[in-house]
Design a protein around this ligand. Structure first.
Ligand SMILES: *Cc1c(COP(=O)(O)O)cnc(C)c1O
Length: 575
């Protein structure tokens, strides 16, 4: 049998494929899953690799005061995925660690298939501590993380070779975690596998094949490992190659630098983030490809029925969502009402609280971390209470996990709980545990407004607001990330604050209250048809662009394929 052709191998530390597989922590993994789904829909020959994370990210438990505790989110790949017979090896701390894998096959709308390999070191032939390397996503210490990245990057390339997948032309590094794959490719170029023989020609051959997408505007967010640790974990030869290629300035291996050094194409995940990233990496050309979400996955059934009735082409070509302008407003409103009922039923099931279906419902769900400012809405509790009294009933649904070691993120959850207690019955606020794909689907469709208050310029893109837009849920958001592009004031939603480059807590809180009090709540409560126009415009303007079909097409055209003779020339596969 001929091995399957593959244009690109997509490497991601996290990848969200299925509700029952806790192999992601947030936006990065959900984006990876949506990328795979869109590639399958459109027949893009892609193969994806990630880790199996047998203990998942974690299960979140919130005490009555909002204190978060965690337990492992164990799951069983044996029960859900196909075993892969082939094995690969990596050398970690001088030991040979065997790497196996599980395969999921994602089938697209047009019947195309994308295989996803979940790398697994829990093999009987490995030492007990090595069996645990692929257990916990973002768990453990620096050393554990570096071992995981060795399995992903070095083990991933070795597994592709063992699978005899026709050598991919492109290696896509979804964030710097996968950067060690560049060293695996480099070793393949070296005479006799001896890394010290490599020169510019070999480096160039690696570079021609690598594409690096960065997802953060924060230098500190990149993984960095001291050279001593790199030597111990990866061995002297790899450490020397890293140093020789200038990827270890001041004795620290920076994974973003390594990825940059060996990538022909580098991009940020929105216009603004591309600009910020260009400033972070002087001397590198940094492009932008704005994220998108998988429309069929994120559009709630009730709204999908409206689209199916009026624009049936939307499932195969998301650009037709632009024609949502012809969907009748009353159908959009009643589809949304169904989605809202489903969300409120879930809230009642989980919390015992019966929220009011007539009340304006704000949704806020994202990784709980300081820069997302989950409590900006509560900067002035008295004013918020007064707004609910004068401008109409208001309630808020929260969700989001804090990383187990993110003290600031955990404190943010507690502050939301404290505000909820202070507001009592005047303005119901609920915080739902265990934000995951299933809960996200209910939230982005069932609330009336999607609130986003990151501190600028720290939101690289954000994708939950795109999911909300597909469901006719407008955003009220700080002008950062994707919203810089998606926002048309009063048409697709509203901005918090102005277009200045940096956030000001006081000004933004005031803007948030002003917009709610004077514009948004009056529109919702007194002019429902006017509110429905904004809902419809969010679908038409933003659903038709911020989708994964458009994103994958842009990766193909700009990053995977190379144009002969510059713009307008013929496209062919890279390398
Ligand atoms: C979409 C999604 C995210 C990312 O949302 P942001 O807007 O980027 O914060 C995180 N977690 C889950 C479960 C999601 O579905």
């Amino acid at each position: 049998m001929r091995p399957p052709a593959s244009l690109a191998a997509y490497f991601s530390m996290e990848l969200a494929l299925d509700d029952a597989m806790p192999t992601y922590s947030g936006g990065l993994g959900v984006l990876a899953g949506d990328t795979v789904r869109a590639a399958a829909d459109h027949g893009v020959p892609l193969v994806a690799l990630t880790l199996v994370d047998r203990k998942g990210y974690f299960r979140q438990h919130l005490a009555a005061d909002g204190t978060q505790t965690e337990t492992p989110a164990d799951w069983s790949p044996e029960a859900r995925l196909a075993p892969v017979a082939q094995r690969a090896s990596v050398v970690i701390e001088g030991r040979v660690v065997r790497v196996g894998a599980w395969r999921a096959t994602v089938t697209g709308a047009g019947g195309g298939e994308v295989p996803v390999y979940f790398l697994d070191t829990a093999l009987p032939e490995n030492a007990p501590e090595d069996r645990a390397i692929t257990d916990t996503l973002y768990g453990g210490d620096e050393r554990y993380r570096l071992k995981q990245e060795a399995v992903l990057g070095l083990g991933g390339v070795a597994l592709l070779r063992a699978l005899e997948i026709a050598t991919p032309r492109v290696y896509h590094l979804n964030e710097g975690h996968a950067a060690l794959l560049t060293l695996a490719l480099l070793a393949e170029e070296a005479t006799g596998g001896e890394l010290r023989t490599i020169g510019d020609a070999e480096r160039e051959r690696v570079r021609e094949r690598c594409v690096f997408t960065t997802h953060t505007p924060l230098q500190a967010a990149f993984d960095q490992f001291p050279l001593g640790l790199v030597r111990e974990v990866l061995g002297e030869e790899l450490a020397r190659a890293i140093v020789a290629n200038g990827c270890c300035p001041e004795g620290v291996l920076n994974m973003a630098r390594l990825a940059l050094f060996f990538s022909r194409y580098v991009n940020g995940v929105a216009l603004r983030h591309g600009e910020v990233a260009a400033g972070m990496f002087p001397g590198h050309a940094v492009n932008a490809i704005t994220n998108g979400v998988h429309a069929a996955t994120w559009t709630a059934p009730a709204m999908a029925e409206v689209h199916d009735r009026h624009i049936p082409q939307w499932r195969h070509d998301n650009r037709y969502l632009r024609y949502a302008i012809k969907c009748p407003l009353d159908e959009i409103r009643s589809a949304h009402a169904r989605a809202k009922d489903e969300l409120l039923a879930e809230v009642a099931r989980r919390t015992g609280r019966a929220l009011d279906r007539a009340a304006f419902t704000i949704g806020f769900a994202r990784r709980a971390t300081e820069y997302k400012r989950p409590d900006l809405l509560f900067s002035d509790i008295d004013r918020l209470r007064a707004i609910a009294r004068s401008a109409g009933p208001l309630q808020v649904v929260y969700a989001g996990k804090a990383h187990p070691r993110d003290g600031g993120g955990k404190e943010g959850i507690r502050r939301v709980f404290a505000a909820a207690a202070a507001l009592g019955g005047d303005l119901p606020v609920v915080y739902l545990e265990e934000y995951d794909l299933a809960l996200a689907r209910l939230l982005v469709a069932g609330v009336d407004l999607w609130l986003n208050t990151p501190r600028k310029p720290l939101e690289a893109s954000g994708t939950s607001g795109m999911k909300a837009a597909l469901n006719g849920v407008p955003s009220l958001s700080v002008l950062d990330g994707w919203w810089v592009e998606g926002h048309i004031e009063g048409v697709t939603g509203w901005s918090v604050g102005d277009a200045s480059a940096e956030s000001d807590d006081v000004l933004e809180a005031r803007s948030l209250y002003d917009k709610l009090e004077r514009i948004i709540l009056p529109l919702f409560h007194r002019d429902p048809a006017g509110y429905a126009e904004v809902m419809r415009a969010a679908i038409a303007h933003n659903g038709s662009f911020f989708n994964a079909q458009r994103m994958v097409e842009q990766y193909l055209e700009n990053a995977y394929l190379v144009r002969d003779g510059g713009p307008g020339g013929t496209l062919h596969v890279g390398a």
